[in-house]
Design a protein around this ligand. Structure first.
Ligand code: LLP
Length: 415
């Protein structure tokens, strides 16, 4: 059966009814499925067959250490963008030699920590960063393994806020200037060039942009070979989309097959950094209807989850399916705007949703496993939600709901 399914008229995560979890742990509540995380990770891993590869789960997507630990046990690598994420990977038992470090603003202290624990590769995003990594590595008397993140200038055809492969954004370096930067890197004493990196955007629902990007990366690899620079791996980033409502993203296996076919080289190692495609449909956000507020123009259902818990609808106008945990058999569907308690007009999780609601009902915001909790905040002094990881009939609280002391316990009055 699918991981989130109705049984006895109640939405379940694996073998756990969501109403029971909501009553026990309160709402808003994130609920994740172990099976879903593991299945999706394995699908990526197995799609590579005999090709040397490393699946580096993008930690920013869902970074609870219980989740990272599950993936580490499967042998996962990790894509990190901060020292904080590195510390999470280490606490989760992840292998630092399978960590790649992306991001445009790596601080010296972060570089130092990453070199000390021995990560796989720094994905460099600028000339200034290259110089800084050389300096820190020299100081520590270590060699820094690096790749350069290039911008292949392909249109990912996704929301502009999450498209990163075009010329005019802060990420990576222009692929046309990359050979010169690689030549500079080659001349540095404490730098070891091992790869080429790119990431063109997120929630891509077509294969073509990925293949086009790889095409350009392969051209670059050839240029570098002619320059006497040997490339050991290609890091093709993350970005594979998921179905939120009616999107039709490619299957994981088809996406990987298309890449391997274009690559046509059985010896080079391929790194990928998927996030959403592993975590997105592995979690839901459960919320309770506090009040129904029908007005002359609109019907508002005021729920206890808000933009501070799940910011995607407010930030990207993204659409996530919202389902009743226990569908009503009496009454009928009415159109509701599902709005939260935060004092912003943009605070909604769904608009014009046809639902049959009463105050006190539980709703599940589907596909909330990726960029849900990790993007949540304490705006309006709201405690962040609890997180539950379900394994068959067993539910584990992998992060308790925050307390008010967590929020303000370290703040100080002045004399
Ligand atoms: N690698 C790098 C360098 C990235 O910047 C990202 C995501 C990933 C991998 C993972 O991408 P994925 O496989 O999840 O598409 N908050 C937005 C998404 C931002 C993506 C940022 N980078 C959202 O909620 O849609």
């Amino acid at each position: 059966s699918p991981i989130f399914h109705y049984q006895n008229n109640t939405l379940h995560a694996e073998g756990c009814p969501l109403d029971t979890l909501a009553q026990k742990y309160g709402t808003p509540l994130y609920v994740y499925s172990r099976q879903a995380f593991e299945e999706r990770w394995r699908e990526f891993d197995e799609a590579f067959g005999r090709q040397p590869h490393l699946v580096c789960y993008a930690v920013k997507t869902n970074s609870n250490i219980a989740i990272l630990n599950l993936l580490a046990r499967l042998g996962s690598g990790f894509d990190i963008v901060s020292q904080g994420e590195l510390e999470r990977v280490l606490r989760a038992g992840g292998d630092p030699s399978k960590v790649v470090f992306s991001g445009v603003a790596k601080k010296s202290s972060e570089i130092e920590r990453a070199l000390t624990v021995g990560i796989r590769c720094f994905n460099i995003e600028s000339h200034a960063e290259l110089d800084r990594i050389q300096a820190v590595a020299k100081k520590l008397n270590k060699i820094a393994p690096i790749s350069i993140r290039v911008n292949p200038d392909v249109d990912a055809k996704t929301h502009p806020y999450i498209s990163t492969g075009l010329k005019d954004n802060k990420f990576g370096v222009d692929i046309n200037t990359a050979p010169a930067l690689y030549a500079d890197a080659q001349a540095l004493s404490h730098i070891d060039i091992i790869g080429i990196d790119c990431h063109i955007g997120s929630q891509l629902t077509e294969i073509t942009p990925f293949v086009d990007a790889l095409d350009r990366v392969l051209e670059l690899k050839k240029t570098l070979t002619d320059q006497g620079i040997n490339i050991h791996h290609l890091d093709l980033g993350g970005g594979l989309g998921i179905q939120y409502t009616d999107e039709t993203p490619p299957e994981i296996a088809d996406y990987i097959q298309a890449l391997l076919k274009k690559l046509n080289d059985a010896s080079i190692e391929v790194i990928i950094e998927p996030g959403r495609a592993i975590a997105g449909n592995a979690g839901v956000l459960v919320t309770e209807v506090e009040y129904l507020k029908p007005t002359e123009h609109k019907n508002f259902a005021i729920i206890d989850a808000a933009m501070n818990d799940l910011i995607r609808p407010a930030l990207y106008q993204s659409h996530q399916t919202i389902q009743p945990v226990t569908p009503r058999t009496d009454g009928e569907d009415v159109e509701w705007d599902l709005v939260g308690p935060v004092c912003e007009t943009g605070d909604f999780l769904g608009k014009q949703r046809k639902l049959n609601l009463k105050a006190g009902d539980y709703l599940a915001v589907m596909s909330s496993g990726a960029y849900g909790f990790t993007m949540s905040s304490n705006y309006n002094t709201r405690t962040r939600a609890a997180e539950i990881l379900v394994d068959h009939k067993q539910a584990y609280e992998i992060r308790p709901r925050e307390t008010y002391n967590d929020l303000m316990g370290t703040e100080k009055l002045i004399p």
